[in-house]
Design a protein. Structure first.
Length: 384
């Protein structure tokens, strides 16, 4: 009886505790959706003013999307959603406009009802865009009087905007090294790239002339092998580069692992850089001498070297001009940068093969012996 009376008195307390437990929200972790296969997710840190919202750019899977996460996330956060077929230059899916390796221009009297996505080009906006503008590997230029209701996202590029523009969304810049340096110095990425290109051309020019100044005789003897057989030098250079790279990795890895071997690894890396400079100097001198001979230009070895440097630097110079002018699409800049890389790689391989074949100028090409003349084949002057 006492136990029953006690339970009857405690029953309201137990019910109150149980009801309170039901009212307290649970803290079980919410299961997130699995990421789509073949997708690239870039997390964008939220500004300090909106710590409750975090954005992600998802590239791949079914398209390009901007997702918002957090308590204040918008319900239509995935605004950019397009399927991309890289076989087509321009794709329209719904209200979205997508261009591949080509720039897009929205004039002042035009309104785009959806999003604008550009791969390998620039987006020049003078009119109105109802959605977002996303550019990968290019620049976004928002001119005076333009209006963008969504976000402005530049991946590996820059965002340039004039005064009196309306951007209702956020400005998201996922840039490379040049973009980050330019942001810190308040300089555009094109200016940074132009300065780097000019510095590389100037440093290469100085290194080639120093090499020619101290190793003139060896460079001239090695260049005779290139003039005699370009294909043989190229084949020998490919084989030497492959074997040398493999041997360099075998030697460098133990040196880098051990603290004592780090200075030796640095010395070996500097030596490899010296071989690259000598090989390129030899090829540049050979090309310049061939140009001077065919064009009838008189001058010494330094004039030949200068002509060769100018000719082989044409793709890099064009890329430099593109950065300085700032109007051409990024696809053309990348094209000339890739051409410049292949030109100098070819110069290095051929020059390395000539160095190996000539044993660094110690084995010049032997002149061909004169053909023996047969006495019976001598021409007989006709009798007058």
């Amino acid at each position: 009886m006492r136990c029953s009376a006690f339970n009857a008195r405690m029953m309201p307390a137990w019910l109150a505790v149980f009801a309170g437990a039901l009212l307290i929200p649970g803290h079980a972790p919410r299961a997130e959706k699995d990421a789509e296969p073949d997708s690239i997710t870039i997390e964008i840190p939220a500004p300090p003013s909106t710590p409750a919202v975090r954005k992600k750019i998802v590239i791949g899977g079914s398209g390009v999307r901007i997702h918002e996460e957090g308590a204040e996330a918008k319900e239509d956060s995935g605004r950019i959603h397009v399927n991309i077929d890289f076989d087509d230059d321009m794709i329209d899916e719904g209200d979205a406009i997508v261009k591949v390796a080509e720039s897009v221009f929205i004039p002042a009297d035009e309104t785009v009802p959806g999003d604008v996505v550009v791969f390998g080009g620039n987006a020049i906006i003078e009119g109105k865009v109802a959605g977002s503008v996303v550019v990968m590997g290019g620049e976004i230029r928002v001119r005076r009087g333009a209006e963008i209701k969504g976000d402005v996202v530049a991946i590996g590029g820059t965002i340039e905007e004039d005064e009196e523009v309306v951007i209702r969304g956020e400005r998201i810049l996922v840039g490379g090294v040049t973009s980050q340096i330019g942001d810190r110095l308040h300089v555009g990425s094109r200016t940074i790239r132009a300065l780097v290109s000019f510095a590389m051309l100037f440093i290469g020019f100085i290194l080639f002339f120093i090499t020619m100044l101290f190793l003139r005789g060896k460079v001239e003897r090695v260049s005779t092998h290139i003039s005699a057989s370009l294909l043989k030098c190229f084949g020998a250079g490919v084989l030497s580069a492959a074997v040398g790279t493999f041997a360099l990795l075998i030697v460098m890895i133990p040196l880098i692992i051990t603290i004592v071997g780090i200075p030796l690894a640095v010395l070996l890396a500097v030596s490899c850089l010296g071989v690259y400079v000598i090989a390129c100097t030899t090829f540049v001198f050979t090309v310049g001498r061939a140009i001077a001979t065919r064009a009838g230009i008189s001058g010494g070895p330094f004039v030949h070297l200068f002509l060769g440097v100018v000719l082989l630097s044409i793709p890099e110079i064009i890329a430099f001009v593109i950065d300085v002018l700032g109007h051409a699409p990024m696809a053309s800049w990348w094209l000339f940068k890739i051409m410049s890389t292949f030109v100098w790689l070819f110069a290095y391989v051929v020059g390395l093969g000539a160095i190996v074949m000539s044993r660094f100028g110690s084995r010049p090409i032997e002149p061909e012996p004169p053909s023996a003349r047969v006495m019976g084949d001598q021409a007989v002057a006709p009798a007058s």
